[in-house]
Design a protein around this ligand. Structure first.
Ligand code: PMP
Length: 446
């Protein structure tokens, strides 16, 4: 096999822009390597120096239909020519149309009402407020490793990296965290002959949290990702969501799923929670929902969105260009991209599992559809975290034309656009394996 040629990065034009960026843009953005975008088409992107890359990050699981899909571009152009803004004090058709679509795909039988936002964090904020409003209860349960955004309400749930919280207290009060059922790294002891790790987490909530610290009748909602994203692409055991739903029903607690990263067809179903046949009470969506135009949505059961005019609002809710992009995005996902995500996801998972057997550092491969995580270790037996191997792999991949993003402490996420082709998957995986090989040679020896 001929190894993809090593690019000389960053190129001269990129270097110039990096310098200007450093002079004026907040240094808080977590950038791992210097990709400076010029343009993109589908899964391919080009930097300002003319280098070509495959984008296996899809922005950050946002470009569901690939970069600048012509149908989405056309919808944006047409809407921009008609009108760009009318405030949420008024009405327009695409907003209502998007509400109808989201109602159609909402993962519960009951009709849905939607609150549109500009981002995932704001969808989470809306969910927190509505849960308190509807239940008149004040407390919540969140999960370690969860990521829900960086605004003060969402941040109170976010617990995937300590730096996201350092020096930011006090934030919203009332959130208790419990371990997420990560089957690869269980934190709670349990008897595997009697229960699986999903049961163990539920039992911990019932026998510990509810008994010692947080009476269930004070809890408005559980808020969690069906598959953790920023926390490391963690898939819970199958028993977990059905049991969590039963626990919610027992105590009148709402189940809010944050599908900002896992939703909109990425896992091969509209919503990841549907893999476990569980109906949540509210869904937070964003990222893939409008192919990159800023849009988020809180989708709630109609009976629960019972707040009156004036209780919650925003200037840009239902932005017409974002709505137009979203309607086109949903049409494309529905037509064929979601089926492609399921098919390509299965193919990629299998290929990565085979690859993992050849590589001592690929400790765990997991995911659903095109939401796939590869966790790197220094040793498969001890599971010692291989953060350095992960980081080196991501850099090597970049230098050979593949954009990847890390997540968690030592995991790489594989999240190409939902319409990625098999040839592109093959090309990307080949670069990935070369990168892993190089990282192992350098950091594991041998
Ligand atoms: N929830 C989840 C699950 C996310 O992955 C993210 C973003 N990574 C957010 C919420 C926050 O979304 P945004 O950055 O659009 O505010």
């Amino acid at each position: 096999k001929n190894m993809a040629t090593k690019l000389n990065l960053p190129g001269p034009k990129a270097q110039e822009i990096l310098k200007r960026d450093a002079a004026t843009i907040s240094p808080s953005y977590p950038r791992d390597y210097p990709f400076v975008m010029d343009h993109g088409k589908g899964t391919e992107v080009w930097d300002v120096d003319g280098n070509r890359f495959l984008d296996f990050a899809a922005g950050i699981a946002v470009c569901a239909t690939g970069h600048s899909h012509p149908d989405v571009v056309k919808a944006i152009q047409q809407q921009a020519e008609k009108f760009i803004h009318i405030s949420s004090d008024f009405y327009h058709e695409k907003w209502a149309q998007l509400g109808e679509k989201l109602n159609e795909i909402a993962p519960f039988q009951e009709d849905a009402l939607c609150f549109m936002t500009n981002s995932g964090s704001e969808a989470v904020e809306a969910a927190i407020k509505l849960a308190r409003y509807h239940t008149r209860r004040s407390r919540f349960i969140g999960f370690y490793g969860g990521f829900h955004g960086r605004t003060m309400g969402a941040l109170a749930f976010t617990a995937s990296k300590a730096i996201q919280r350092r020096h930011f207290y006090p934030m919203m009060t009332g959130v208790v965290h419990v371990p997420f059922p990560n089957p690869y790294r269980p934190r709670l002891s349990f008897d595997p002959t009697k229960a699986d790790y999903g049961d163990a987490v539920i039992q911990y909530i019932e026998d510990f949290i509810f008994q010692y610290e947080c009476p269930p009748e004070d809890v408005a909602a559980f808020l969690l990702e069906p598959i953790q994203g920023e926390g490391g692409y963690v898939v819970p055991p199958d028993s977990f969501f059905p049991r969590l739903r039963a626990l919610c029903d027992k105590f009148g607690i709402l189940l809010i799923v944050d599908e900002v990263q896992s939703g909109m067809g990425r896992t091969g179903k509209w919503w990841a929670v549907q893999h476990w046949n569980v109906e949540p009470d509210m869904v937070c969506a964003a990222k893939g929902i409008a192919s990159g135009m800023p849009l988020g949505a809180l989708i709630a059961r109609k009976s629960m969105m019972d707040w009156p005019a004036g209780a919650h609002g925003n200037t840009y809710g239902g932005n017409p260009i974002s709505c137009a992009a979203s309607l086109e995005t949903i049409r494309l996902i529905d037509e064929s991209f979601m089926a492609n995500a399921a098919k390509m996801g299965e193919y990629t998972l299998e290929a990565l599992a085979e690859m993992a057997a050849r590589h001592p550092s690929m400790g765990n491969v997991r995911g659903k559809g095109l939401m796939i995580g590869v966790e790197f270790v220094r040793n498969k037996e001890t599971k010692e975290r291989g953060k350095d191997i992960r980081d080196h792999t991501v850099h090597q991949a970049f230098e050979h034309g593949l954009l990847l993003l890390g997540c968690g402490r030592n995991t790489v996420r594989i999240t190409p656009p939902l319409n990625v082709s098999k040839a592109e998957i093959d090309e990307g995986l080949e670069i990935f394996e070369e990168a892993v090989t190089e990282a192992e040679r350098r950091l594991l020896g041998g």
